[in-house]
Design a protein around this ligand. Structure first.
Ligand SMILES: [Zn+2]
Length: 329
C-alpha cells in the first residue's frame, strides 16, 4: 500500500500548491472520507471551490477525477488543468473566474482509498461506477456490473458506498439548485482504446435522455466550431451499457427535481464523462507495443503531451456555465 499512499500524497501536495497559487479564488474543503480499508485506514476526500461565491451559486461547473483508483491519468489531467489556470493567470477562463462569471467545484480524487490500494474499486471492493443502484435495461455480463462477490472486478455492492454518498452530497450542495441554465460537469476516466470519448447519459439504456438534442448540439459545436474533432461525442450506451452508473442516478434526480419545483427557467444538468483512450499515443509511437510494459505505461514525454492536450477541452466545457442553450449553434 505504501507506494499507493505516496502517490496519493503527491496529489495532495499538488492540491495544496493550487490552493496557494489561487489565493482568494480557491477554497479547500475536506468533504468526507473514503470507506475503510481492511486495516481500518480511511482517506480524506477534498472539494476545491474555485471562483467567487456568487459564481459558485449561479454559474457553476464541476470537475471530478479518481473515481477508479487505477485511472490516475484523469487525476493528473485535472490537476494539470488547475495548475495551468493559476500559473499563467492570463487565459480567458482565468479572467472570467476572477470577474465572477464562472465557478468550478472540483473533486480531484473521489476514490482515494482505491488510489492508495492501487485498484479500480474502493477499499470495500466496490466499483463506484456500478454502485448507484440504477438497473440497466440490458448490460453485458460481468463487465456491466454484477452482485456475485467483491473478489471480482465490476462488483456493484449491496449499498450505496461512502464515496458515492459524498458525490451525492456534492451534487445536492452545488448543482441541484444551481441558477445557471447550463450546468456542465466533467468526470475524467481512462480506458482501453485509441479514441477519447465524451459520453453523456444514459449508461443504463439506449433510450435518449431529456437533453439528448442539447447534448448533440454541444457535441457538434465542439467538433465543428471549437476544433475538438479528436473527441468522439455520444451517449454512453452507444459504446456500452452498465448497471449502476452514478451519473445516470444524479441526472434522473435533477430531472425529478425540475418536475417537482416547476421552475420557470429551463435549467440543464449536463454530466459528461471524458474517457481518455490510453492507447491513443500508439499512433505517435508504434514501437511502444513491443516494449515491456509499454501499453500500460506511456513514455513520460508522451504522457505529459497527452495530459496537456485536454486543457482547452476542459476550459470550453466549463465556459458553458455562463451560456444559454441558444448560445450553442
Ligand atoms: Zn473509469
Amino acid at each position: 500500500m505504501l507506494r499507493g499512499i505516496k502517490r496519493l500524497n503527491r496529489y495532495e501536495n499538488r492540491i495544496l500548491k493550487i490552493v496557494k497559487l489561487g489565493g482568494k479564488l480557491v477554497r479547500l474543503k475536506q468533504y468526507g472520507f473514503s470507506s475503510k480499508t481492511e486495516d481500518g485506514f480511511r482517506f480524506p476526500i477534498y472539494v476545491l471551490e474555485i471562483g467567487k461565491p456568487k459564481a459558485i451559486k449561479s454559474n457553476v461547473s464541476g470537475l471530478i477525477a479518481g473515481v477508479h483508483g487505477l485511472e490516475t491519468i484523469g487525476i493528473r489531467v485535472l490537476l494539470d488543468f488547475l495548475d495551468d489556470l493559476f500559473a499563467r493567470k492570463n487565459s480567458v477562463l482565468y479572467h472570467e473566474i476572477k470577474n465572477g462569471e464562472v465557478g468550478i467545484v472540483c473533486i480531484p480524487v473521489l476514490n482515494p482509498g482505491g488510489v492508495a490500494l492501487k485498484r479500480r474499486s474502493n477499499p470495500k471492493g466496490v466499483d463506484l461506477m456500478r454502485n448507484s443502484g440504477v438497473e440497466a435495461v440490458k448490460a453485458p455480463f460481468f463487465f456491466g456490473g454484477h452482485k456475485y462477490s467483491n473478489l471480482f472486478p465490476y462488483y456493484r455492492g449491496k449499498v450505496l458506498q461512502t464515496e458515492s454518498r459524498v458525490l451525492d452530497r456534492y451534487f445536492k450542495e452545488y448543482f441541484l439548485k444551481a441558477e445557471n441554465q447550463l450546468i456542465p460537469v466533467v468526470d475524467i476516466h481512462s480506458g482501453f482504446g485509441t479514441v477519447d470519448h465524451v459520453w453523456w447519459p444514459y449508461a443504463s439504456t439506449h433510450e435518449p435522455c431529456a437533453d439528448e438534442d442539447l447534448f448533440q448540439k454541444i457535441g457538434s459545436n465542439f467538433t465543428n466550431h471549437l476544433n475538438h474533432f479528436l473527441y468522439r461525442f455520444g451517449p454512453q450506451s452507444e459504446t456500452y451499457t452498465t448497471h449502476g452508473d452514478l451519473w445516470d442516478r444524479l441526472y434522473d434526480k435533477f430531472q425529478a427535481n425540475i418536475k417537482e419545483t416547476q421552475s420557470p427557467v429551463s435549467r440543464h444538468f449536463l454530466p459528461l464523462t471524458l474517457e481518455i483512450g490510453t492507447w491513443s499515443d500508439i499512433n505517435l509511437d508504434p514501437l511502444k507495443i513491443f516494449r515491456k510494459r509499454g501499453i500500460f505505461n506511456p513514455s513520460r514525454e508522451l504522457k505529459q503531451k497527452s495530459i496537456v492536450s485536454h486543457r482547452k477541452f476542459l476550459s470550453d466545457v466549463i465556459r458553458l456555465a455562463k451560456m444559454n442553450p441558444s448560445d450553442i449553434y
